[in-house]
Design a protein around this ligand. Structure first.
Ligand SMILES: Nc1nc2c(ncn2[C@@H]2O[C@H](COP(=O)(O)OP(=O)(O)OP(=O)(O)O)[C@@H](O)[C@H]2O)c(=O)[nH]1
Length: 556
């Protein structure tokens, strides 16, 4: 089934070209969507990796620096004499003053007894069981983060109230003879990590929702302090220098990166810097690009359809113009022509063909019109001729050929009409029957031609006398009839007398006079047929003959 409105050239071209353009733009937009999504996601993840790497680098540099300081102190300590520890004490004080996060610096002899320390803290204390002393005898050592034990009571409380934690750096002090003279150590306050990270935080402060964690080799959170013990990192963390989207303890999805901290060669504590950012924020740029692509998609759709419509219109408009012209011509408008201004060769050709066809058809139409007019005129003239012929034929059919007055047929028709009129409207009419007297003798004596002339003259007399008062007709042979409508008996008798006198006094042929006898009868309402009136008039005529002729007898 064809959808209504789809079966136009313009709409089909629009849908076809629009569909093609739209498909192309959708493919392009889908490609851009995937490329943008991949690249922006990668960029967000790599940005987190970069932050992790920069923090890792700073931490690593700081650890190396602290280790270098303790090694330098150990070398310098080898010069002191056990009897005089003033040089060592001076060196310890200098180092402690050089770095504010050194909570404690001290020197313990091979027995683990503290001989010298900053501010004299723990002087004389036995540290032989502390990991930094045990490990520090063999070489440079970095001890993992731990709570303060002996120093907890000796140092001022932290402002945040969290327990003081240290990271230990220690190194052996060797004499010139290669014998162990003791171990030097520093306890750096873990707060130094805040200092290390502050610069990194400054850089990432614009990145909303970014959290930084430092975890040990068992994935315990070392930093931040405030969240110690509260936050756990996901068990499946990204690979080294990688990022991935992970669901954390709070059920939120975070883009998470992981970078290992480079430790000095002496000790690798296996720390890692983990940076996370809520995926919703990290992917905000991606969403923005998606929104832009959506707008671009809508815009390109509208543009494609508009371009397609313009293209389809440019194709269909010339055809629609031709169709409109054809409709105009069909409706009778002859003052139009098929325009020939299209740039399409096929349309131009069609337009010319239609124009030529129209000219040819109009020529034929004009010819046909002229023929029709001529034919109509001929038919009209012929019809008029026929009507005239019919009229004269009708007249001839009702005319007596000899006397040229009405014949029996005309008399019968007139009588019938008058009879019906009289019956319907109670009117009167009279009939006069006339018959030439001794007419056989005329024929016999003068010949038929004279006889005919006599009959013609009698007819003329009757026609002249009756005139408009009625109708004179030849009844047959030498017998005549007069019909007098609306005439009373007296008047009818008077007309009969006038006729008798005029006939008798008229010279019918040279020296020839004839007479005629008359019978007069009136219509009666009791008559069933007009012939009854004729019969009565005829009967009266016979009476006139019997009475000697040349007289008028009126019927009862
Ligand atoms: N010349 C001529 N004669 C006719 C015509 N029609 C009839 N006749 C003649 O009219 C005559 C009529 O004669 P009849 O019927 O005997 O009557 P009549 O001689 O007139 O005698 P009455 O009527 O008794 O007076 C006949 O001789 C007919 O031949 C006609 O058209 N022309």
């Amino acid at each position: 089934m064809i959808i209504k409105g789809f079966n136009t050239f313009r709409n089909r071209i629009t849908l076809l070209t629009g569909g093609l353009l739209l498909s192309l733009s959708l493919v392009l937009i889908t490609y851009l969507y995937h490329v943008a999504t991949t690249r922006l996601s990668t960029a967000s993840g790599e940005s987190l990796v970069n932050i992790s790497q920069s923090i890792s680098t700073m931490l690593s540099a700081n650890l190396i620096e602290r280790e270098r300081e303790i090694i330098l102190l150990s070398k310098r300590s080898s010069l002191f004499k056990e009897q005089d520890l003033s040089d060592l004490q001076e060196a310890i004080d200098q180092i402690k003053d050089s770095y504010k996060y050194y909570a404690w610096i001290g020197f313990a002899n091979p027995d683990g007894v503290v001989l010298a320390s900053g501010n004299g803290l723990l002087k004389g204390a036995d540290v032989s069981q502390r990991p930094w002393f045990i490990n520090g005898q063999a070489g440079a050592f970095i001890g993992d983060v731990h709570k303060a034990l002996l120093l907890e009571r000796l140092l001022p409380k932290s402002q945040t109230g969290t327990p003081i934690r240290f990271i230990d750096f220690s190194a052996p002090v060797m004499g010139e003879d290669g014998e162990l003279k003791g171990v030097v150590a520093t306890h750096a306050d873990w707060l130094w990590v805040d200092d290390v990270l502050s610069s990194a935080f400054t850089q990432v402060s614009e990145r909303k929702g970014v959290d930084i964690f430092i975890i040990d080799n068992e994935n315990n959170v070392l930093y931040p302090d405030n969240d110690l013990g509260d936050i756990e990192v996901p068990s499946a963390l990204p690979q080294e220098n990688q990022f991935q989207s992970l669901v954390w303890q709070d059920g939120e999805d975070y883009l998470t990166s992981l970078v290992a901290v480079n430790f000095p060669e002496s000790t690798n504590l296996g720390w890692k810097v983990v940076v996370r950012q809520p995926t919703a924020i990290a992917m905000a740029d991606v969403k923005e690009v998606h929104r832009l692509l959506l707008v671009l998609g809508v815009f390109s759709t509208l543009l494609c359809m508009w371009l397609a419509y313009r293209f389809a219109s440019s194709l269909s408009r010339p055809l629609e113009r031709l169709a409109k012209t054809a409709r105009n011509i069909q409706q009778g408008n002859r003052n139009v022509s098929f325009q020939d201004d299209s740039q399409l060769k096929e349309v131009t050709s069609l337009s010319r063909s239609l124009q030529e066809m129209m000219s040819s058809l109009l020529d034929r139409e004009r010819t046909l019109l002229q023929l029709t007019v001529t034919l109509e005129a001929k038919v009209k003239a012929r019809t008029a001729q026929l009507e005239a012929s019919n009229r004269s034929l009708e007249a001839l059919a009702r005319q007596d050929p000899l006397t040229k007055i009405f014949n029996r047929l005309a008399l019968d028709e007139a009588l019938l009409k008058e009879y019906e009129l009289a019956r319907e409207h109670n009117t009167e009419f009279a009939i006069i029957m006339a018959d030439a007297d001794y007419f056989k003798k005329v024929n016999d004596q003068y010949g038929h031609t004279v006889g005919d002339n006599v009959l013609k003259n009698i007819a003329n007399v009757m026609k002249d006398i009756v005139d408009s008062a009625g109708m004179a007709a030849r009844f047959g042979g030498e017998e005549f009839t007069v019909l007098l409508p609306n005439t009373q008996i007296e008047k009818a008798q008077q007309v009969a007398e006038t006729l008798r006198e005029k006939i008798a006094s008229t010279e019918m042929d040279t020296g020839l006079f004839v007479t005629a006898s008359f019978g007069v009868a009136m219509f009666k309402m009791t008559d069933d047929h007009y012939e009854q009136v004729l019969n009565r008039a005829d009967a009266a005529l016979y009476k006139a003959k019997d009475r000697g002729r040349n007289c008028v007898v009126v019927s009862d």
